[in-house]
Design a protein around this ligand. Structure first.
Ligand code: GDP
Ligand code: IMO
Ligand code: MG
Length: 424
């Protein structure tokens, strides 16, 4: 498919990085369309582990990579990431950065931290990377964009205007120390020197690539249930995470997208606060976390673990238009003899539904109704295709397909790049 969106179908960390890396082999261009350094995508290639925050997961395959207008970029973090990859022999000269992407500035980090602290028990559990405050300033039209750092006069003026207001907030609302203007402009001019060669009209670039029939992957960060409009608000991130965000975040029309691949874990994890109906109560939660290595890539926090939730996944199929699924980490379930799968929610009025509740209070109150599938109790290392999975493991995959009416075309059986099964 010439233009394919890869989208997280749960609450993030589904293993998108690994799937994008795999599919990038047969692609020409890989484009990130949303989010910033709140994302953490892990790729394990030939025993080497790479953790990407800003840079699309096609970089390890040597593909041209675009960071689109819908992204937010923290320059020192991006530069560190570029240097880290270069020091490991990865070519980074093909990274292109939209001049319309917004910059995460030091006050965004300070406000994110202060706001979470002030919310106390009501905190969202953000990654504290300044994401919410940065997107809020974008909407307020107070943001500083990548292109602003190319002009020292504009940069100084924008920093001065923003900082005057932000320091009032920091001091008066949050009781924090103000941020010094001194040296800040020079610091960002330094980043400009480094980033200048990467800055491009990425909408034009992607349009041109589509016209030439080049194969493009859109690398979605986070996950459907973290989407600002369609996720479990307010426990969401501040960007569009759904597949339609690819057009918006890159600057191409929706008619240019050919297909959408959803990535889902074979169970569910969530980092941060918010309702989670299939969260496991009891020792299996800890067991799953240990077996799956479920600790945040960005913050190292424990990921909350739950059984596969097909109600939420059906919703993800709907709001993204998912036409194929990649089911990752099936190997982690090899250690359980019985596997509950949430097939319906029991609602407040004690009725049952297959559909994701539209009202937040209904979702908060939803109780999972499980169907318990048989475990397979054997490792999946030796399998070379989905057809070659142990019977119970194949039945698990087929159950997901039949409940959702979507084909599972890829199955993850390990963290290594090579540990993915196809249908053949
Ligand atoms: P992303 O944010 O969606 O790219 O996912 P993360 O990289 O944050 O988290 C997924 C974790 O699972 C990473 O540590 C991956 O190396 C690992 N992983 C991905 N696919 C598989 C799989 O099929 N099996 C196992 N055991 N680990 C996997
Ligand atoms: P990847 O791309 C998992 C969660 C945070 C928090 C909420 C808001 O690796 O799948 P933010 O810092 O974005 O304002 O935090 O969103 N969150 C993620 N959880 N994976 C991610 O990205 C996430 N990006 C944001 O934990 O609950
Ligand atoms: Mg992640």
């Amino acid at each position: 498919m010439p233009a394919t969106v890869i989208v997280g179908a749960q609450w993030g960390d589904e293993g998108k990085g690994k799937i994008v890396d795999l599919l990038a082999r047969d692609s020409d261009l890989v484009c990130r369309y949303n989010g910033g350094p709140n994302a953490g995508h892990t790729i394990v290639a030939d025993g080497e582990t790479y953790k990407l925050k800003h840079i699309p997961s096609g970089i390890l395959q040597g593909k041209e990579c675009v960071i689109g207008a819908g992204c937010v970029v923290d320059p020192p973090v991006l530069i560190e990431e570029l240097d880290g990859l270069a020091s490991r022999g990865i070519e980074t000269g093909l990274v292109r950065l939209s001049g319309n992407a917004h910059l995460v500035m030091p006050w965004h980090l300070a406000i994110d931290r202060a706001s979470e602290r002030r919310l106390g028990k009501l905190a969202i559990g953000t990654t504290k990377r300044g994401i919410g405050p940065c997107y809020a300033d974008k909407a307020m039209r107070l943001g500083i964009r990548v292109q602003d750092i190319l002009d020292p006069k504009i940069l100084r003026q924008k920093i001065e205007v923003a900082l005057t207001e932000k320091n009032l907030w920091l001091e008066r609302v949050y009781g924090e120390r103000p941020i010094e203007l001194e040296g800040l402009v020079e610091q960002y001019e330094g980043y400009a020197t480094r980033l200048r060669p990467m800055i491009a009209d990425t909408s034009l670039l992607v349009d041109g690539a589509l016209r030439e029939g080049r194969r493009i992957l859109f690398d979605g960060a986070h996950g459907t249930l973290l989407d600002l409009d369609h996720g479990t608000y307010p426990f969401v991130t501040s960007s569009p995470t759904v597949a339609a965000g690819a057009g918006v975040g890159i600057g191409i029309g929706p008619s240019r997208i050919d297909s959408v691949i959803g990535v889902a874990k074979s169970y569910v994890t969530r980092v941060g606060q918010g309702p989670f109906p299939s969260e496991i109560e009891g020792p299996d939660q800890e067991r799953l976390r240990e077996l799956g290595g479920e600790y945040g890539t960005v913050t190292g926090r424990e990921r909350r673990c739950g059984w596969l939730d097909l109600v939420a996944l059906r919703y993800a199929v709907r709001v993204n238009g998912i036409d194929r699924l990649a089911l990752t980490k099936l190997d982690v379930l090899s250690h359980f003899s019985a596997l509950p799968v949430c097939v319906r929610y029991r609602t407040r009025d004690r009725s049952e539904t297959h559909d994701f509740p539209a009202h937040q209070s209904d979702f908060h109150a939803a109780k999972p109704v499980y169907e318990v599938l048989e475990g397979w109790n054997e490792p999946l290392d030796g399998c070379s295709s989905v057809a070659g999975l142990p019977d119970a493991a194949r039945a698990y995959v087929e159950f997901v397909e039949s409940e959702l009416d979507v084909e599972v075309t890829l199955v993850g059986t390990g963290a290594e790049r090579s540990s993915v099964l196809t249908r053949a």
